[in-house]
Design a protein around this ligand. Structure first.
Ligand code: B4P
Length: 190
């Protein structure tokens, strides 16, 4: 099984490269952000709760994320592997995730960390906001999301480094170039 975590600040290319990895390696894509956006547009109870946090640039509370993620995984028992896009984002999520993966005897193969400067992140997300109208892609909310990333999510880099799972990839340049570097790391480990 190939189980990948795509890690990085908002706008680093997690969603972009996840889609390409899913295609190339025939994996199941689980993006917690996409799931929350779809729940929000369907106006479910979970979606409306999640929206109130996302619109402020805050993380959705751990208990809402974890239960939802586990139930989505249960729907894909025969998967060849997964790309976890934007999950985990806190140490609590990472610990619970490890516990669950151990029970399922399903190890993480690699954590790919996309390294992108703040200036480039802001530029990309402001552009996406203008093009897509995504309510959390405004300059003020983006700055808040970067701050939340630095405080709550970045500590996971050490967590996965200690587990010898971390692969850092320079995330500025053409999408093809970056994708090729990610694939080289994956193929080198298999
Ligand atoms: P996400 O949906 O994960 O949003 P994101 O981090 O902004 O997106 P991503 O990083 O995938 O975007 P990409 O770079 O591909 O999360 C949104 C919100 O959901 C969070 O703020 C939080 O509230 C909530 N949430 C999600 N998961 C959670 C969790 N586990 N716990 C708690 N809360 C959670 O794309 C950005 C733009 O850059 C695109 O327009 C793309 O085209 C462009 N781009 C990508 N690569 C490029 C390149 N090389 N060059 C130029 N542009 C590029």
């Amino acid at each position: 099984m190939l189980n990948l975590i795509l890690f990085g600040p908002p706008g680093s290319g997690k969603g972009t490269h996840s889609l390409k990895l899913v295609d190339k390696y025939n994996l199941v894509h689980i993006s917690t952000g996409d799931i929350f956006r779809s729940e929000t547009s369907n106006k479910t109870e979970l979606g409306l709760k999640a929206k109130s946090y996302m619109d402020k640039g805050a993380l959705v509370p751990d208990e809402l994320v974890i239960d939802m993620l586990f139930s989505v995984m249960d729907r894909h028992e025969n998967a060849k592997g997964f790309v976890f896009d934007g999950f985990p984002r806190t140490l609590v999520q990472a610990d619970k995730f490890d516990e669950m993966l151990n029970k399922k005897n399903m190890p993480i193969s690699m954590v790919v960390s996309l390294e992108v400067s703040d200036d480039e992140l802001i530029k990309r997300l402001v552009k996406r906001g203008i093009e897509s109208g995504r309510s959390d892609d405004t300059e003020e909310v983006i700055k808040q999301r970067l701050d939340v990333y630095n405080k709550q999510t970045k500590p996971l880099l050490d967590y996965y480094k200690n587990k010898k799972l971390l692969q850092s990839v320079y995330g500025i340049g053409s999408i093809e170039e970056i994708f090729n570097s990610i694939c080289e790391r994956i193929n080198g480990k298999r």
